[in-house]
Design a protein around this ligand. Structure first.
Ligand code: ZN
Length: 291
């Protein structure tokens, strides 16, 4: 057993989402699309990868625009694992889209870690002529203001590049010019070894579904990029390869949080709220959330 438990917690979903967004080329298909974040728990550590959005104000507008169903607050969702938002001390922000950063205000005791480029490029994108609004379609400008307020409170860490052992055995790696300008992914080396034999990648939106790493032909695997990239599709493929190599070539260890079938790949359960909890791994001495 490793040091950390990793749970992917659904906080809403879209029943019928265009697959072309998650897999380039799948233009005529739809699939369930999960909205989720990641809870990481270890000895003395309660951390998250992303925090979801708040279903108020412009967050509510985006909820409706993207057709999100059954949204639940962080208090409700984390409560199913016996955690309160106040318990969370570290949040690793993969990117600043509304569904990843919007609920930051729910976590009064957390310090947030983001690539500096991610913030500054959103400010730049927001400053462009209205005709460029496609770039900011999934951004709540209020979230960028909230991030700046976190900085004022001393609760924002702007990272420039890779950051190893941000917590013991947990590293952050940049994925510049991919899904967004300053996306990052989280590597958990769960035995804390430098060349870990038990590592996991929390991939943010660098992959959306299993096919991004496997392709659609099992006999001839291929990397296929997501359909929604501000940056370079080539960079997305190179990052896909980098993430797979970081987990020793085992694609199953690269976790796509929006993938609704994730619950079938690991132990999971459906909560009373109709949302899935997926237990990616259970740390030593810890209690299962799905048992
Ligand atoms: Zn997302």
């Amino acid at each position: 057993m490793g040091i950390y438990s990793i749970w992917v917690l659904e906080y809403g979903y879209t029943s019928s989402f265009p697959k072309g967004v998650t897999l380039h080329g799948a233009f005529n298909e739809t699939a369930r699309f999960s909205y989720a974040y990641v809870l990481i728990k270890g000895p003395g550590v309660v951390a998250m990868v992303d925090v979801g959005f708040d279903n108020v104000a412009y967050g509510k507008e985006l909820n409706d625009r993207f057709g999100v169903e059954n949204w639940r607050s962080p208090r409700q969702v984390l409560g199913n694992c016996g955690i309160r938002p106040e318990d969370v001390t570290h949040v690793f922000v993969t990117h600043a889209h509304f569904d990843h950063l919007g609920a930051a205000d729910h976590f009064p005791n957390a310090t947030f870690y983001i690539q500096e480029t991610e913030l500054t490029k959103w400010v730049w994108a927001m400053s462009l002529d209205r005709k460029f609004r496609w770039l900011t379609a999934a951004v709540d400008p209020g979230d960028i203001i909230r991030a700046i307020n976190l900085a004022r409170q001393g609760r924002l860490v702007c990272i420039d590049g890779a950051c190893e052992d941000v917590l013991p055995g947990i590293d952050l790696y940049p994925a510049y010019d991919t899904h967004t300008a300053g996306s990052q992914y989280v590597l958990i080396r769960n035995d804390s070894g430098r060349a870990s034999a038990d590592s996991w990648v929390l991939a943010g939106d660098l992959i959306y579904c299993f096919e991004n790493l496997a392709g659609t032909d099992a006999s001839d695997p291929a990397y296929v990029p997501i359909g929604l990239a501000m940056g370079s599709q080539t960079n997305l493929l190179l990052i896909a390869d980098e993430m797979v190599k970081k987990v020793g070539g085992e694609a199953k260890r690269v976790i796509p949080v929006h993938e609704a079938r994730l619950k079938d790949a690991f132990p999971s359960r459906l909560t009373e709220d109709g949302l899935h909890i997926t237990e990616v791994t259970l740390g030593a001495g810890q209690t299962s959330c799905v048992g």
